[in-house]
Ligand binder design. Structure first.
Ligand SMILES: Nc1ncnc2c1ncn2[C@@H]1O[C@H](COP(=O)(O)OP(=O)(O)OP(=O)(O)O)[C@@H](O)[C@H]1O
Length: 361
């Protein structure tokens, strides 16, 4: 999937920006505070319906205005179909999403149209941080190749919330069996999809890691969130006294994790920050490659401040592989010379950002 045209209005300091990106590499450069990350953030809204750096939509809307709008024209290279996607967020909180002029009611319908991945200075938190970040990584890819996953996981989360509410009230006994059965059923399905997705993704991850971090031997495993020698139904039943005591469901797919070992030790314990970033780069690249293989779809890849993130050799290796995976890349840099390696790439465009104005060179 490629962005053929992008228009951004009243988004942070971007008053009215219009650009025609290259299908391959796009370099966005400009001094601190000029609006580079805001441009990536606007594209992120098209891929996720949210920002990657602010939980509050209001903060993104330009001061003294009532809404922001991001519009793009996309081209699906496999089907050669194009689409016009518009996302508007009002200060009142409402969002208006339109695809080819028709309004969509759910953000997830927007999300499935445009696979966007992002690599920022904090991406390696996925390695160091809590399991929910690694689940989110896995679920993003799964959602794009297996669209039934979204509804299934949504159902699981809904039943889980209901079960937890009953546990907190201590009124589980009368309706408990029904909810446990439903939770176990959808939970087992979520788990199978995740496990099978990771199994298919792993060959890509190991190949990328053998290029990016050849000094380590990696071992990546999926943990379901409960003891897999038992069924989820059994575990829910067994955990009931504890769950009732604490008022939440202690085990299940909502506790799943992806564990990474480097030379037999937990990756977060042994990798340097730069190595953890490279591990993250390998994971993201693998999803991009797998999506291309399975769905003939390229990702839109946002690389924020990559010059500060990776050394020159690693940065080039990452970008080269991303372009091979048919990704359309948007990379930001403070100085043009931080990205002088782009000289080697033909299909590229340079954009200079100054005080919220974006000019193609
Ligand atoms: N809601 C808003 N309305 C108007 N301007 C805003 C709003 N939110 C942030 N800004 C300003 O918009 C500018 C855009 O910042 P942005 O983070 O995109 O810059 P950047 O070029 O990525 O900088 P850096 O290189 O420091 O990361 C900043 O000057 C910021 O103060």
């Amino acid at each position: 999937m490629k962005l053929e045209r992008l228009q951004i209005q009243q988004f942070r300091n971007l008053q009215n920006v219009s650009l025609v990106p290259a299908a391959g590499l796009n370099v966005i450069y400009g001094v601190n505070g000029s609006g580079k990350s805001s441009l990536l953030e606007a594209i992120h809204y098209l891929g996720f319906g949210r920002s990657f750096r602010s939980a509050r939509h209001q903060h993104v809307i330009q001061h003294d205005t009532d809404s922001f709008t991001v519009f793009c024209k996309t081209l699906d290279e496999a089907s050669t179909k194009s689409a016009a996607i518009g996302y508007q967020r009002l200060r009142s909180g409402e969002s208006i999403i339109k695809v080819n002029g028709e309004q969509l009611s759910r953000t997830s319908d927007l999300v499935k149209l445009l696979p966007v991945q992002i690599f920022t200075p904090i991406s390696s938190e996925v390695i160091h941080g809590a399991p929910n970040l690694r689940r989110r990584f896995l679920d993003w890819g799964l959602f794009h190749v297996e669209q039934s996953f979204l509804a299934l996981n949504g159902r699981y989360q809904q039943i889980l919330a209901h079960r937890n509410a009953l546990l907190r009230k201590g009124s589980f006994n009368s309706q408990g069996a029904f909810w446990d059965e439903s939770l176990a059923d959808s939970g087992e399905q979520v788990d199978k999809l995740r496990e099978s997705y990771l199994e298919r993704l792993l060959p890509y991850i190991y190949t990328n890691l053998s290029h990016f971090l050849p000094e380590f031997s990696f071992e990546i495993s999926y943990h379901s969130g409960w003891d897999r020698s038992k069924s989820l139904a059994e575990v829910l039943k067994q955990n009931m006294p504890r769950d009732l005591k604490y008022g939440f469901t202690s085990q299940g797919p909502h506790k799943a994790d992806l564990r990474v070992k480097a030379d037999g030790i937990a990756a977060q314990e042994v990798l340097s920050r730069g190595q953890a970033r490279m591990l993250m780069a390998a994971l993201l690249l693998s999803q991009s490659q797998y999506l291309l293989q399975e769905k003939q779809k390229g990702c839109v890849f946002l690389l924020d401040d990559i010059g500060a993130e990776l050394d020159a050799v690693k940065r080039e290796a990452f970008i080269k592989e991303l372009l091979k995976s048919s990704a359309q890349i948007f990379v930001t840099a403070v100085e043009k010379q931080h990205v002088d390696f782009v000289e080697d790439y033909k299909d590229k465009k340079m954009f200079h950002v100054e005080h919220g104005q974006v000019k193609e060179e």
